[in-house]
Design a protein around this ligand. Structure first.
Ligand code: VG1
Ligand code: CO
Length: 626
């Protein structure tokens, strides 16, 4: 295959990464390394030879630089079934993504779905959580982006960018959008999951109107446009140009760190983290926040180097399941529950958008966490000095945040599960702080949930409360902050039961059965000791653009405010995962120290009997309880 690159110049930028050397981005004697010859899984069918299309002879989005051009190939392809995105992007087993044209089809379908002005000569961001297949995927995405006429790709060094960092970079660099290569909290490695998400120009996940269009286009796709350029060296910060197309490899941390410095008072946090009587631990779970934890917590905020555990991002997350909850972040939980354990512990997921927060022998539920951050934001976090504009949570998240909104007299929104539903409210200036029960917390500083932001928010609250404490004086602890909050607002006991990888048929039948009950239900009916207020299948109308999302979860709401909710996960890659969410409000302070599983036992039993879960799924026990 010929490789006639009209122009090839390399610009070196100063690397901010310690120890980075200035070396050429591309070996000058680079041989032809096309998408095909580099072993990447984008292959033409045997009897449909690749057709080379040059800029001058094609209207297929070729890039021309003066008289110079890069070659664009048209690769014939066929539709592939099942490329419908779920709650957050397209997720499948990595072996599925590695099949011929699987990823390439979806990327091309995406370009086919966007208005030309959203990508032609535009800047797009690319990064991911470092999982297995990201490197090959980066090259595929870059070549198809160039093939479709994208002007500039900003890619994280080694393909690394956390999900919140992608959102931050899109916003800061005024990019038109970005790709995130991650299956988030799903495990990675040759036998596990891979995923791809697309975010828009304000940094928010693409809305369903776009993802539905992409899916439609995957069903009729016939051609992939690929630029004939070599693989880009992602190991060094710098710019590579081919004609009018350029790839800039960026430091994954600096833009994000700068934003964090704007949002938070780093001196205040440094004051806490450098105290000898305050123990801190962050578990990066061998996932993407490993790249951020040391520069932020250690180098900038004075935490001890050994306070970061599992701090090196690995392609298979060290065989772990990078989901920061009590089950999968057990190592951290064990340390935090020791008598001499640290005062504050946190973990983040594969792509860095989730967080789990713990005190010594104390777990903060994500639903409480967002409420507590909201209640304390104005006094502890400079970004919220004027007070939050509004608060929001996903439907299954506990009602703790509702009470804060009521007390602070703030606009409040309840949206379906998935961060994409918060973006419009933020863009419209109606929402500042929001969260999901699934360990997602964030604000309008970006348009994704943000694990490190949540950790910094908690550290700010603790630092603010302890700033006048002398050495030797007892510090205000995580547990103190939470209990004080419960005493003021009451406690929303909350738990989620996950039944992972059930047979789809049984799980779907159970949901149908529940929908049927809901359609016949009436307020006032007795469910055990509870009286039904209403039951429905949650539907949401976006107050900004009027779009409607229906069938977002079956809920039974009782007259005392208790709720049981049923949903099927939209992020799994095999079978069906049933989620049951259980919540009960307790205003009585004397009952706040009861274990949540004990307090919620009657409701949990009710949920299991109402749904006939055992009958439909054959499951005796949940796989994960949070
Ligand atoms: C889950 C969570 C949801 C979250 C989504 C993406 O979705 O419940 O709250 O937004 O994951 O998180 P589902 O459909 O499986 O319940 V992440 O960190 O995986 O991007
Ligand atoms: Co995630």
């Amino acid at each position: 295959m010929s490789s006639t690159y009209a122009r090839f110049d390399t610009v070196f930028l100063l690397s901010r990464l310690a120890g980075a050397k200035y070396s050429p981005l591309w070996p000058s004697s680079s041989s032809s390394s096309s998408l095909l010859s580099s072993g990447i899984h984008l292959r033409a069918k045997p009897n449909s030879p690749l057709r080379s299309v040059t800029a001058s002879s094609s209207s297929s989005g070729a890039i021309v630089s003066g008289s110079e051009s890069i070659e664009i190939k048209s690769v014939p392809t066929k539709p592939i079934e099942g490329q419908k995105t779920g709650t957050s992007g397209l997720r499948k087993k990595v072996k599925v993504f590695m099949q011929d044209n699987y990823l390439a089809n979806w990327i091309q379908a995406l370009f086919n779905s966007l208005p030309l002005e959203d990508y032609k000569d535009a800047t797009l961001v690319l990064g991911g959580d470092g999982r297995y297949f990201n490197k090959e995927a980066s090259q595929i995405i870059i070549k198809i982006a160039a093939g479709n006429g994208v002007g500039n790709i900003l890619v994280g060094q080694e393909g690394i960018l956390s999900t919140p960092a992608v959102s931050a970079v899109i916003r800061k660099r005024k990019a038109n959008g970005g790709f995130i290569m991650s299956a988030s909290h799903n495990p990675g490695g040759p036998d596990y999951d891979w995923g791809i998400k697309f975010n828009y120009s304000s940094g928010q996940p693409a809305p369903e109107s776009i993802t539905d269009k992409i899916y439609g286009n995957t069903l009729s796709i016939s051609e992939i446009k690929v630029a004939e350029i070599p693989d880009i060296d992602l190991s060094h910060v710098g710019v590579t140009k081919y004609g009018n197309f350029s790839v800039e490899v960026i430091d994954p941390v600096s833009d994000y760190l700068e934003l964090m410095e704007d949002v938070f008072d780093f001196d205040l946090i440094r004051g806490l983290l450098s105290r000898s009587d305050f123990g801190f631990m962050f578990d990066a779970m061998h996932a993407v926040t490993g790249a951020y934890a040391k520069p932020i917590f250690v180098d900038n905020l004075g935490a001890k180097p050994d306070s970061i555990s599992n701090g090196v991002p690995l392609e298979d997350f060290g065989h772990g399941h990078p989901d920061p909850n009590l089950t999968y972040a057990k190592d951290l939980v064990d340390v935090m529950y020791r008598d001499d354990g640290p005062d504050f512990g946190a973990a983040s997921d594969g792509d860095g958008d989730r967080n789990m927060v713990l005190g010594n022998k104390f777990f903060v539920t994500p639903s409480d966490s967002v409420a507590i951050i909201a209640a304390n934001a104005q006094e502890a976090i400079p970004y919220f000095r004027a007070g939050p504009k509004g608060l929001a949570r996903s439907m299954p998240t506990s009602g703790a945040l509702d009470r804060v909104a009521e007390k602070l007299k703030l606009p409040f929104f309840e949206v379906p599960t998935g961060w994409k539903f918060f973006g419009n409210l933020m863009d419209a200036g109606k929402l500042s702080i929001c969260g999901e029960e699934s360990f997602g917390t964030g604000s309008d500083h970006i348009r994704e949930k943000d694990g490190i932001w949540a950790v910094l928010a908690w550290l700010s609250i603790l630092a603010h409360r302890n700033k006048d404490k002398k050495s030797g004086e007892k510090l205000v602890s995580v547990a103190d902050v939470v209990k004080e909050y419960w005493a003021t607002y009451g406690r929303n006991f909350f738990s989620r039961y996950d039944y992972e990888e059930c047979e789809s048929e049984g799980a779907n039948k159970m949901m149908e059965y529940l929908r049927d009950i809901v359609s016949k239900s009436k307020g006032g009916e007795n469910y055990g000791n509870y009286v039904l207020q209403f039951a429905d299948d949650f539907s949401y109308t976006d107050p900004v653009d009027g779009s409607v999302a229906s069938k977002q979860g079956v809920r039974f709401v009782f007259t005392d405010g208790s709720r049981i909710i049923f949903r099927l996960s939209g992020t799994g890659s095999a079978g069906a995962t049933v989620r049951i969410y259980i919540e009960q409000f307790e205003p009585d302070v004397s009952k706040h120290d009861v274990d949540a599983q004990i307090a919620l036992k009657p409701l949990i039993d009710l949920a299991l009997s109402v749904s006939k879960l055992k009958e439909f799924t054959g499951r005796e026990k949940p796989t994960v309880i949070t």
